[in-house]
Design a protein around this ligand. Structure first.
Ligand SMILES: Cc1cc2nc3c(=O)[nH]c(=O)nc-3n(C[C@H](O)[C@H](O)[C@H](O)COP(=O)(O)OP(=O)(O)OC[C@H]3O[C@@H](n4cnc5c(N)ncnc54)[C@H](O)[C@@H]3O)c2cc1C
Length: 239
């Protein structure tokens, strides 16, 4: 077995006040918000699945904190973008739906990064809308020639997006968590040493993780996380 070097990097925890610079309704289910603020000049995030605490005020004047993926950032421009998946009821989702230039918030973290190396023979990426921003960042950061299988559930057809195409990349979209799970059940994992990354709704991520373990994917070469849980506010769990 080859050695694949995972690296953990810690950052000093910083809270950065930011203003909304730009709001784009990128599809029916997503709003991309670009923030600006002088402290973003030193912002750092080294892994696609890092998270920050997004701290904001809801419509009742309460301070709310939720986990979000830093989708992209530009130190020179002092900008950072987050892709918010819109769902029926949720303070953060509502905040994003109504966001406009000049709105204020605070971005705390990330506390650190766990860097999953590119060196694997293949990468399986399984996501739903909550983890699509992280998956999209991984697609941007992996070398184009990397063998990637991406399986993604989105709520609306317009939430599907075009990734840079390459022979070794397969992207499949699903309109339900269950249909994605069914496909994982019949998936033939490629030969060689691969890494599986799974994130999304709690039960969904657990089920996908269990199927992959049954199919012989070693748990050392898998990372699974719940990014939200049906019926529960602010849920995050490493599985
Ligand atoms: C490490 C990490 C990174 C994340 N990155 C992103 C990201 O970049 N973009 C993103 O959109 N989300 C991301 N999430 C998920 C996001 O933090 C949750 O969806 C969060 O609960 C949203 O907060 P809210 O205030 O809108 O809803 P909450 O007040 O937390 O929940 C209200 C209700 O909405 C439901 N709910 C919560 N999230 C969803 C959802 N995605 N779809 C359907 N129903 C939901 C809950 O079950 C609950 O019933 C990430 C989560 C983690 C742990």
């Amino acid at each position: 077995m080859r050695e694949h070097l995972f690296e953990r990097v810690r950052f000093e925890l910083q809270q950065r006040p930011v203003d909304v610079l730009k709001v784009e309704q990128t599809s029916e289910g997503f709003v991309t918000v670009t923030f600006t603020g002088p402290l973003l000049a030193q912002f750092n995030s080294l892994s696609f699945d890092d998270h920050i605490k997004f701290i904001f005020t809801n419509s009742n004047g309460e301070t709310i904190r939720r986990d979000y993926t830093p989708r992209s950032f530009n130190n020179a421009k002092q900008e950072l973008s987050i892709e918010f998946a819109l769902h029926a009821q949720g303070d953060a989702s509502d905040w994003a739906r109504n966001a406009k230039p000049g709105d204020q918030a605070v971005i705390a973290g990330p506390k650190g990064s766990m860097i999953i190396p590119h060196s694997f023979d293949w990468h399986l990426l399984v996501a739903d809308s909550s983890s699509l921003p992280a998956l999209a960042r991984r697609m941007d950061e992996l070398p184009l020639a990397t063998h990637v299988i991406a399986l993604i559930h989105v709520e609306h057809e317009s939430d599907q997006r075009a990734f840079a195409q390459y022979a070794g990349r397969t992207v499949q979209w699903f309109d339900s968590h269950q249909r994605l799970i069914d496909t994982v059940s019949t998936l033939q994992l490629p030969a060689g040493e691969g890494f599986s990354w799974v994130a999304g709704e709690h039960t969904f991520a657990l089920q996908v993780r269990d199927i992959l373990l049954e199919q012989g994917q070693p748990k050392e070469r898998m990372k699974a996380a719940a990014y939200w849980k049906q019926g529960t506010v602010d849920f995050h769990e490493k599985i």
